[in-house]
Design a protein around this ligand. Structure first.
Ligand code: SF4
Ligand code: ZN
Length: 308
C-alpha cells in the first residue's frame, strides 16, 4: 500500500482521516464536504422543496443539533421556513441538560423553538410511567408517545417535513436489524412511508449519509455541545449487538456502513413496489390519528397504562 500523506489536498494539516475514502481533510475542507454531502442527499431524495416549512425534531443531542445547524445554513441555497420541536419526556438527570442545549442551538440559529412535555400531554413524566408500569423495552413506549405528539404538533404548526437526526450509523444498523428480523416490509418504508397521508407529516433524514464520528467532529468544530450522558432507560440490546458488529466490520473493511446503505438504496424501489400494493394508512377508531390498524399504538398500548 502506498504511503498516505497526512495532509489535506490543499496542503494544510489533516484534521480528520476518512478511511473509507483514504483521504485526509483539513478543517475547512471537512466542513465543506460534510455540508455538501447533506445538501446532495436533500436534493437527490427531494427531501425539501423551496418554501417548505421544516421542523427539526430537536432532542438537543449531537445529531439533531448538527442537523438544525446544517439546515439553517442550507437556507441560503434552499429557502425554507425552519422551526424546532423538542419533547421533554421527564427523565430525571438526563433530559434537562439536552433541553438547555436545544434552546441554545435555536437561539444561535434564530429559529422558533417549541417545547412540550409528556407531563402536559399525558399527565405524567416518563419516569412516572415506568414506575407505574415497568417495561422491558421502555424505548418502544417512549417512542410511541413522542411520535404521536410530535406528529400532532407538527401538523398543528403547518409543518411540511419533520427532519430527524438519524445518521449513517443509525441507518445502517436499522437496515440490518430489519433484515435480521426478516421484516422487509419495514425496510421498504425506511426512507419514506409507502403511502402518503395528509395527517401524517413526512419524516426526512438528511444526515443519513453522515457517519456518526463525522457528526461529532462537525459538532466540535462548530462549537455544538456533545453531551455524553445517555438515557437511563436505554436498553437497545439488539441494536447494541448490531452496532458492535457493524463498527467492527467498518474498522476492518472501511466503507462498510456506506455499502450497507447503498445496497438498501439499490433495492429500495423494488421493495417499495412490492410492498406498496395494498398498503394503506387509515385512522384510529378512538382518536382519529393516522394508523394502519383499528387502533393506533398510543390508544392500544399507552392509554390503558394511563387509565390504570
Ligand atoms: Fe425515550 Fe428511549 Fe430515548 Fe430514553 S432512550 S428518551 S426512553 S426513546
Ligand atoms: Zn388512537
Amino acid at each position: 500500500m502506498g504511503k498516505i500523506d497526512k495532509q489535506c489536498r490543499c496542503g494544510k494539516a489533516s484534521f480528520i482521516f476518512l478511511a473509507y475514502a483514504k483521504r485526509h481533510l483539513c478543517e475547512r475542507h471537512f466542513l465543506e464536504m460534510f455540508e455538501k454531502r447533506l445538501k446532495k442527499t436533500v436534493r437527490e431524495r427531494r427531501m425539501i422543496r423551496k418554501g417548505d416549512k421544516v421542523a427539526v425534531s430537536l432532542s438537543g443531542g449531537k445529531d439533531s443539533s448538527v442537523l438544525l445547524h446544517c439546515l439553517s445554513r442550507l437556507r441560503k441555497d434552499l429557502p425554507m421556513e425552519l422551526v424546532a420541536i423538542t419533547v421533554d419526556e421527564g427523565i430525571k438527570g438526563y433530559r434537562s441538560n439536552t433541553i438547555d442545549n436545544a434552546k441554545n442551538e435555536c437561539e444561535k440559529a434564530g429559529v422558533e423553538h417549541v417545547v412540550f412535555s409528556y407531563e402536559e400531554k399525558i399527565g405524567m413524566t416518563m419516569d412516572r410511567l415506568m414506575e407505574k408500569s415497568p417495561q422491558e423495552t421502555p424505548c418502544s413506549y417512549c417512542g410511541i408517545i413522542r411520535r404521536y405528539f410530535i406528529n400532532k404538533k407538527a401538523r398543528e404548526m403547518g409543518v411540511d417535513k419533520l427532519a430527524i437526526g438519524h445518521n449513517l450509523d443509525d441507518t445502517a444498523q436499522t437496515i440490518l436489524m430489519n433484515i435480521f428480523r426478516n421484516e422487509p416490509s419495514r425496510l421498504a418504508r425506511l426512507g419514506e412511508p409507502l403511502v402518503k397521508k395528509e395527517t401524517l407529516v413526512q419524516r426526512i433524514k438528511p444526515l443519513m449519509r453522515s457517519p456518526e464520528n463525522e457528526v461529532v467532529a462537525y459538532a466540535k468544530l462548530k462549537g455544538i455541545n456533545v453531551l455524553e450522558k445517555s438515557c437511563p432507560y436505554q436498553r437497545f440490546a439488539f441494536r447494541k449487538r448490531i452496532r458492535g458488529m457493524v463498527d467492527g466490520l467498518e474498522e476492518e473493511y472501511p466503507g462498510t456502513k456506506f455499502k450497507i446503505l447503498n445496497s438498501f438504496l439499490e433495492m429500495e424501489d423494488a421493495l417499495r413496489k412490492k410492498y406498496s400494493e395494498g398498503a394503506a394508512i387509515g385512522e384510529c377508531s378512538e382518536c382519529g390519528e393516522p394508523c394502519s390498524k383499528e387502533l393506533c399504538k398510543f390508544c392500544s398500548l399507552i392509554k390503558p397504562i394511563l387509565k390504570h
